[in-house]
Design a protein around this ligand. Structure first.
Ligand code: NAG
Ligand code: NAG
Ligand code: NAG
Ligand code: NAG
Ligand code: NAG
Ligand code: NAG
Ligand code: NAG
Ligand code: NAG
Ligand code: NAG
Ligand code: NAG
Ligand code: NAG
Length: 370
């Protein structure tokens, strides 16, 4: 250890220059959930002590200016979101989520395809996050769906990170967090890889959407586990398959496992054949038009028989010809324990307003531990 002094001085210098002014934050755990006003659940009802991070959804991408905007009906609840949720937990961090499943993916593709429109997105998103007092930004582009769009997504992430670091330096504020919600596995529909290097270098983490595997709208002829952890056949889709692929591609500490606080209801062909993969006849429309149903609504159903399947790690319940696949405390705690065991950064749930009494949020938080 002859040259002890020199490296020490060198690293001090490096540390000072790189981090003193920009003060990037290190996230050690993510226990998160999404909130959106259309859920009817008030932000002030969130028990934020159960979470480290809360996503406020969704800000929009203007298709003409490519600036990130907040609709007029969202502007008041979004502007007050951080102050509201920090009343119960002053250290909870908030992120403004952009896009979502109902946003137009072509607008995101178009924005990401040019330097000038990426800059509009980036600059406006940072400005909005600061003016609304968010701690970070989350991009839900569902999904980049060509090789070019994946490359452009990567350019966007790298330029976003550079701009966030620059803004931190000039404002002397802690750098904004950057995350993105991504497909359950590391390549979108067979072979279309995400930009792994850009994700690793430029995002604090990714939210893996490990749900919507089976649902009556797109898999009507048999019941299925909407968000199973394990597959028991090769053709079956699972969270474990997705996570294994992701952690081969990016560091496990960049990965956050997504858990649904909702399920899907099918109509059984035969009330006496009520297992997983039993013949079904589409959506149980008495439940809802697309069969989706919140955890709290499921727990309110009368006369249903509930089952936990520990090989797949899913819960389901049935009554007559109605069959519902969902996550209960059993599957939620098993998934969170799995996420921790794989060395992931944490978990997130979609969505907080579906778990009115915080039963699943409480289960997840306890399963992860302090
Ligand atoms: C919120 O969660 C904490 C931690 O589990 C619990 O102690 C507290 O009672 C909960 N608060 C409410 C209002 O449910
Ligand atoms: C914003 O949130 C704070 C804290 O919850 C609350 O006191 C205030 O009334 C809210 N303001 C608006 C305009 O909703
Ligand atoms: C989505 O955006 C593209 C490009 O901005 C546009 O051509 C298309 O009409 C939009 N689709 C919908 C459903 O709004
Ligand atoms: C546009 O973006 C690409 C990808 O990041 C970069 O290589 C190129 O230098 C940029 N061009 C300009 C003019 O900024
Ligand atoms: C860095 O921030 C300054 C001050 O906000 C701004 O003028 C400049 O354009 C930024 N540079 C980049 C590369 O974002
Ligand atoms: C930046 O903030 C830090 C801590 O908040 C403070 O010590 C420092 O003086 C500030 N620097 C400038 C240039 O404002
Ligand atoms: C689960 O799926 C993966 C990927 O298709 C496959 O390699 C594995 O063998 C499957 N597991 C079982 C138990 O079939
Ligand atoms: C889970 O469901 C599958 C498919 O129906 C079945 O093969 C398996 O035996 C079940 N496992 C348990 C523990 O019930
Ligand atoms: C449901 O059953 C009806 C009548 O047997 C049949 O015509 C229809 O195709 C079935 N739908 C699905 C989604 O299986
Ligand atoms: C409860 O479920 C059983 C079995 O599906 C059915 O026979 C019975 O009629 C149901 N009772 C009520 C009150 O719905
Ligand atoms: C599943 O969880 C429920 C409620 O927490 C519990 O009563 C039940 O025993 C659990 N079932 C299994 C098979 O672990």
């Amino acid at each position: 250890m002859a040259s002890k002094t020199l490296p020490y001085a060198f690293f001090t210098l490096l540390f000072f220059h790189q981090f003193h002014f920009s003060s990037a934050q290190t996230t050690t755990v993510v226990k998160a959930t999404y909130w959106f006003p259309e859920s009817g659940y008030l932000a002030s009802s969130i028990n934020s002590t159960l979470f480290t991070h809360l996503f406020c959804a969704f800000a929009d991408l203007n298709p003409t200016t490519y600036q990130v905007t907040v609709s007029s009906s969202h502007s008041a609840p979004f502007a007050n979101f951080t102050a509201t949720v920090q009343q119960k937990n002053p250290s909870v961090k908030t992120l403004l989520s952009i896009g979502g499943g109902n946003a137009n993916a072509s607008t995101f593709a178009s924005m990401a395809s040019r330097n000038s429109t990426r800059k509009s997105f980036i600059d406006s998103s940072i400005k909005l996050a600061r003016s609304y007092n968010f701690y970070g930004l989350d991009l839900d582009w569902e999904y980049p769906s060509s090789a070019t769009e994946m490359s452009n997504f990567g350019y966007l992430l790298n330029e976003w990170r550079a701009a966030v670091a620059n803004e931190s330096k000039t404002s002397n504020k802690t750098a904004l967090l950057l995350s993105a919600a991504v497909f359950y596995t590391s390549s979108y529909y067979g072979g279309l890889n995400y930009p792994f290097q850009a994700i690793s270098n430029s995002l604090d983490w990714i939210n893996i959407m490990a749900y919507d595997f089976y649902g009556p709208s797109w898999a009507p002829s048999m019941t299925g586990p909407p968000a199973g952890l394990y597959n028991i056949t090769r053709s079956q889709i699972s969270g474990d398959n997705g996570i294994k692929a992701w952690i081969q591609a990016v560091p496990a500490k960049k990965v956050v496992y997504g858990i649904p606080f909702y399920g899907y209801a099918w109509s059984l062909v035969n009330a006496n054949d009520h297992g997983i993969f039993a013949p079904a006849n589409g959506t149980a429309t008495a439940i809802s038009s697309d069969g989706s149903i919140t955890y709290s609504q499921i727990k309110g159903l009368k006369n249903f028989t509930a089952v936990y399947n520990s090989s797949i790690v899913t819960n389901y319940c049935y009554s007559g010809t109605t069959w519902i696949g969902y996550d209960d405390t059993n599957s939620t705690s098993t998934k969170v324990t799995y996420a921790k065991g794989k060395g992931l950064l944490g978990y997130f749930a979609w969505h907080v307003g579906a778990d009115l009494n915080s039963i699943l949020a409480q289960t997840a938080s306890s399963a992860w531990g302090a």
